[in-house]
Design a protein around this ligand. Structure first.
Ligand code: 2M8
Length: 502
């Protein structure tokens, strides 16, 4: 059971870890970080010279940096100035992976700011609120979540989580610049990352099958995906919960692109129920209306253990337990979430024991796991290439089955193309022996952004930008792709051995 405690995060986290030395004082995160103004050499290799907009790859590189600079706010990067004016958890992971290519100091600072809001029980809030942003500029804001100040200096955040992509980010930043400062950062982050994983693997193992459950669609990051429709049907769509509350998203984005009021009412009701239950996690299936095992969330949970194994090796801690955990999670994903009828993974409703019938991109993301059984990886790659998801030279993978009756090319997570998901799939293709397809997917992503700009997501047929413009993770991950011309940025063999356990 998780509780809102009053111990300091530092006390709790350091006590819960293995033999990793907790640094007495971490590296300073103040001052102006240095920036790299030139992009890496050989960036154009393997990329077609023609361009729809006439932008060069240099332009693309500089514009991506400009987006990230414009979205930098004191000690973190906001996803979007208009739609998302605070710091988001898995956004921070993707953003810092891109920042690692141009400004490692800022990358560390960004992630640190997120972890300053970590709870004593290990959970990392899905949003960390900027006290300088007015309550009306994002709903639901801090007043809604009512999370108490958990320790002196604790930042305001929500009480729910997002996919655990942070260990991957920490490892990626370190391996781009493995200097003394980064080593100190590894030591600072390691116990905190372990605590975050422990929270998910213990308090959130509601299905008792070795996977973490999400208690809200917002925890998935794929918030409005049809993957949640079946489980959400058990949650009353009482529009009354929106009375006296003003949605901010519909004021700054097109209504047709955002969740319906019915779905928003369900989202708000679920958040209120979790909050009013004291953010407790005991007996979730009995007490809470939405308890779901998500393939993407759990794939990242397993991948995080692999990244922790690599980090542990560098700081002198035994990586074995992390690798064993990673294998167990991958196995549990396969045993619990695989649907032999569809040939892909699906979300599991823990309360009913049923897999969601929807074919969503979330079910392809376990491809990022190097220990996924080869036949499963082959099936996922075939599905990604099929008419349902439409990976091609021209277009990255859509977020939902293109042939489904309710496929919606503009409503978020119900059809459009997202760069973060495709960036993950690109790594999966690479790690499962498909370098040509990985390179093709990389080109498709770069073409899309070059044509349409740094949008939050993209129309899966026309490629037009949708959602908020100047979106941070799109810019950050394009920087990472641009700096990695072959789409094959292999880790060294030593690092690979630590990460894969092979
Ligand atoms: C979207 O989610 C937020 C709620 O957390 C929203 O719609 O208001 C999602 O796309 C999520 O994955 C993302 O982290 C967040 C900020 O970019 O926006």
């Amino acid at each position: 059971m998780s509780n809102i405690g009053t111990t300091t995060a530092t006390e709790t986290l350091d006590a819960s870890t293995t033999t990793a030395a907790a640094p007495a004082a971490g590296p300073t995160t103040t001052g102006t970080p240095p920036t790299l103004t030139t992009r890496p050499a050989a960036l154009d290799a393997g990329y077609p010279a023609d361009s729809v907009t006439g932008q060069t790859l240099d332009d693309l590189w500089h514009m991506a940096r400009a987006v990230l600079d414009a979205n930098w706010s004191h000690n973190h990067t906001v996803p979007s100035r208009t739609l998302y004016p605070h710091q988001w958890s898995w956004d921070a992971a993707f953003i810092s992976i891109g920042l690692a290519r141009v400004n490692p100091q800022r990358a560390w600072q960004d992630l640190r700011s997120l972890f300053l809001a970590q709870w004593p029980d290990g959970r990392v809030p899905h949003i960390v609120f900027d006290p300088n942003v007015a309550e009306r500029d994002y709903f639901p804001g801090p007043t809604f979540w009512q999370v108490p100040r958990l320790r002196p200096g604790h930042s305001d955040g929500t009480g729910i989580v997002q996919p655990p992509a942070h260990a991957i980010a920490v490892w990626e930043i370190y391996r781009r610049s493995p200097d003394d400062r980064s080593l100190a950062e590894l030591r600072w982050f390691y116990p905190r990352l372990v605590a975050a994983q422990d929270y998910l693997l213990t308090c959130r193992d509601a299905g008792r099958g070795g996977l973490a459950s999400i208690v809200h669609p917002w925890e998935s990051g794929l918030d409005n995906s049809p993957a949640w429709d079946a489980a959400l049907s058990a949650v009353p769509a009482d529009l009354g919960v929106l009375a006296g509350r003003q949605r901010h998203d519909n004021r700054v984005a097109a209504v047709a692109h955002r969740p319906t009021d019915e779905d928003y009412a369900r989202f708000v009701a679920l958040a209120l129920a979790y909050r009013d239950g004291g953010y407790r996690d005991d007996d979730l299936p009995g007490r809470h209306d939405f308890v779901v095992e998500c393939p993407t969330f759990n794939a990242l949970l397993s991948a995080a253990e692999r990244a922790l194994a690599a980090i542990a090796t560098v700081i002198g801690v035994d990586p074995g337990p992390h690798l064993a955990r990673a294998r167990r999670i991958t196995q549990a994903i396969d045993e619990r979430l695989w649907n032999p009828q569809t040939g892909m993974y699906h979300a599991l409703d823990v309360r009913t024991g049923r897999l969601s019938p929807a074919r969503c991109v979330s079910g392809l993301v376990p491809l990022i796991l190097p220990d996924l059984p080869a036949p499963r990886a082959a099936a996922l790659m075939a599905m990604a290439e099929s008419a349902r998801f439409g990976i091609s030279a021209a277009m990255p993978v859509a977020s939902y089955d293109r042939t489904a009756d309710d496929f919606d090319p503009v409503r978020y997570w119900r059809g459009p193309v997202w760069i973060n998901i495709n960036w993950l799939l690109c790594r999966g293709l690479r790690d499962h022996g498909r370098p040509a397809q990985a390179a093709q997917l990389r080109t498709a992503m770069l073409d899309l952004v070059r044509r349409s700009g740094y949008y939050e997501y993209f129309h899966p047929v026309t490629g037009d930008g949708v959602g908020s413009a100047a979106f941070s993770w799109t810019a950050a991950l394009v920087l990472d792709l641009l700096a990695d011309p072959e789409g094959l940025d292999e880790v060294t063999s030593d690092q690979a051995a630590a990460v894969t356990g092979r």
